[in-house]
Write a protein that binds this ligand. Structure first.
Ligand SMILES: [Zn+2]
Length: 245
């Protein structure tokens, strides 16, 4: 059940304690992919995972703006502080829990959100009347995960599968040529760069031409199967905190 499309009476009839919250970002994804990529992909994975799960799941609307100051030099990128982001996610989960949907998977589409989501989920599990676990789709697609760039093969492939009209196919070559091979500028295992503009001219990392729609279908299948398995584990878990030793 997608909350945005349901009525409150539909929501009231939902007999589940499971919810998924897609978490995205509005940020540059190179000259060929839309600023909303991370929200679109998170939403597609959340919906496919909820469908693949054998049981009812409430699908919340996507959180569209996240921790993305690292893309600030590229026009259209929006961001909030980690504090604001964590608080927003925490209060959103609390409102889901208020209705009885107190086991929540945060389905994330943006690398910059990862550490803040892990931290806030821990706070929710320890201190609130809810249990939340973050899930980042591109970490759950097997060997493909090694090729995650930015506006690169994985995101371009998934977009071609779920929203092909949003991929500017006539700019794919330029996207590849102006992009970087890897994320960051590393010396002695330390990343010297804080902003993506330090190492990529057009915002791309990785080769977007290496991501066709078939690969996108495979990514969606892998990610949604992983999410369905996670929902199963979250549903059956004893989420209470262990007693003090
Ligand atoms: Zn992205």
């Amino acid at each position: 059940m997608h909350l945005s499309d349901a009525t409150w009476t539909d929501a009231d009839a939902a007999a589940t304690d499971l919810a998924v919250v897609p978490v995205g970002s509005t940020e540059q994804h190179g000259p060929h992919a839309p600023l909303g990529t991370d929200a679109y992909t998170a939403e597609a994975v959340a919906e496919a995972g909820a469908t693949a799960y054998d049981g009812e799941v409430v699908v919340a609307p996507a959180i569209p703006i996240g921790v993305a100051a690292e893309h600030r030099q590229f026009t259209g990128t929006l961001w909030v502080s980690e504090d604001t982001f964590r608080n927003y996610v925490r209060e959103t989960v609390a409102s889901l829990a208020h209705h009885g949907w107190d086991r929540v998977v945060l389905v994330n589409g943006h690398g910059g959100n990862v550490s803040a989501l892990r931290e806030v989920a821990g706070a929710i599990a320890r201190e609130d009347d809810a249990y939340a676990v973050p899930f980042t789709w591109f970490e759950a697609v097997g060997d493909h995960s090694d090729e995650m760039g930015h506006g690169g093969p994985l995101e371009t492939a998934l977009l071609r599968a779920i929203a092909p009209e949003l991929v500017r196919e006539d700019r794919i070559e330029a996207a590849r040529e102006g992009g970087a091979d890897g994320w960051g500028e590393w010396v002695s295992y330390a990343n010297l760069a804080f902003d993506s503009a330090e190492f990529t001219d057009n915002g791309v990392v990785g080769d977007p031409t290496a991501g066709d729609a078939d690969r996108g279908d495979e990514l969606l299948e892998l990610a949604s199967a992983a999410l369905a398995a996670l929902l199963e584990a979250v549903e059956s878990r004893d989420a209470s905190r262990p007693p003090h030793k």
